[in-house]
Design a protein around this ligand. Structure first.
Ligand code: SAM
Ligand code: DTB
Ligand code: SF4
Length: 357
């Protein structure tokens, strides 16, 4: 076990991989003793971290965050659904699965010019990353060629590019890399132990296989999951540990709070306590110090105060624009007001060669 907490919780020994070292100058406000260790994170270690006193957890997350990032900058990433609905998979959270009656209209793959127009608008509105999402189990070869052309043209606008198209077949990651794709999003979704309860049409091993293809092709990995699906703290810990133990861990980690959509099996799940969501963000920051941690789906119904705590916990990226893929996201004006209140600036484009997306 990596972490040990005596009953009174005030003195904790946390083993942290070597790149998580706290600065020597950090004031001793807490009695957390940081032990550096290249060991992998265990689920029980992450659970102990998630169970730390809230103030101590936030303090630790801030220390790690400030060691690697400018504290008041948040990346703006805009999402576009380039192919909507009609998906053959059965992900219990997803409004785009064909088998659920959610009112999402099916739309064919968008025309290249329309995608590039949307990217241009996103850039004008201040986004630095543009993510194209498709409701596929995986792309057919003829569709992949069109997406590759979209990537080429979006990249030429000076935006970072990201795509999320499901499982990739042989050679497809290389084609996307050649087109200039910076990031590929494929989430581990949930605790491996819960996977079969949420999705039956694929296994988590399929996700890992695609992530391997993406890495091998030299594309940065964007990989996270969804919380608020009725899981326990131990399940959330197992998901975070699994992400942190990917070697290397993802450059970009989206943490989604379930957006409950009527017609999906997970509609009606009891809401996750917002502090638990914030704790999950903090654990992602501490265990994956150089990753961009994205406060992803779920912001539409999240209070300004909870979002502010997420930024304090180390979230440094959001989806920006009034729509995610099919569900609502805060309108840009609302985010601008929040950023002004908190003194947060949009992050400029990052240098991809450094790896830390
Ligand atoms: N079909 C591809 C896939 O599953 O990888 C790409 C598109 S899929 C919609 C992208 C991601 O959206 C999923 O991995 C999941 O994490 C997230 N997602 C889908 N429905 C969601 C919901 N209702 N709430 C939160 N996140 C959701
Ligand atoms: C991710 O982890 N979250 C985004 C993005 N990657 C593609 C998608 C959220 C989708 C929320 C439900 C919807 O709008 O359909
Ligand atoms: Fe399809 Fe992706 Fe939705 Fe699952 S999450 S149903 S794979 S679009």
């Amino acid at each position: 076990m990596n972490c040990r907490f005596p009953d009174h919780l005030r003195q904790a020994t946390i083993r942290i991989p070597t790149d998580h070292i706290m600065p020597d100058s950090a004031p001793a406000l807490t009695q957390i003793k940081v032990v550096t260790d290249p060991a992998r994170w265990s689920a029980s270690g992450v659970k102990a971290l998630l169970s730390t006193s809230f103030g101590d957890l936030m303090y630790q997350a801030q220390q790690v965050h400030r060691q690697h990032f400018s504290a008041n900058e948040v990346q703006l990433s805009t999402l576009l659904s380039i192919k909507t609905g009609g998906c053959p998979e059965d992900c219990g959270y997803c409004p785009q699965a064909a088998r659920y009656h959610t009112g999402v209209d099916n739309e064919a793959l968008m025309l290249i010019d329309a995608v590039v127009d949307a990217a241009r608008t996103a850039k004008l509105n201040g986004a630095s990353r543009f993510c194209m999402g498709a409701a596929w189990r995986g792309p057919k070869q003829r569709d992949l060629e069109k997406v590759a052309q979209m990537v080429r043209e979006v990249k030429a606008l000076g935006l970072e590019t990201c795509a999320t198209l499901g499982m990739l077949g042989k050679g497809q990651a290389e084609q996307l890399k050649d087109a200039g794709l910076d990031y590929y999003n494929n989430n581990l979704d949930t605790d491996p132990a819960l996977y079969g309860e949420i999705i039956t049409t694929r296994e988590q091993a399929d996700r890992l296989d695609t992530l391997h293809k993406v890495r091998t092709a030299g594309i940065h990995v964007c990989c996270g999951g969804i919380v608020g699906m009725g899981e326990t703290r131990a399940n959330r810990a197992a998901l975070i540990a699994e992400l942190a133990n990917l070697d290397p861990y993802p450059e970009s980690v989206p943490i989604n709070n379930l957006v409950q959509v009527k017609g999906t099996p997970l509609h009606g799940t009891p809401e996750l306590d917002p502090f638990e969501f914030v704790r999950t963000i903090a654990a992602a920051r501490i265990t994956m110090p150089r990753a961009m941690v994205r406060l992803s789906a779920g912001r539409e119904t999240m209070s300004e105060q909870t979002q502010a705590l997420c930024f304090l916990a180390g979230a440094n990226s959001i989806f920006y624009g009034e729509k995610l893929l099919t569900t609502a996201n805060p309108v840009a004006d609302r985010d601008r007001v929040l950023f002004d209140k908190l003194g947060i600036r949009p992050m400029e484009m990052r240098d991809n060669s450094s790896g830390g997306g």
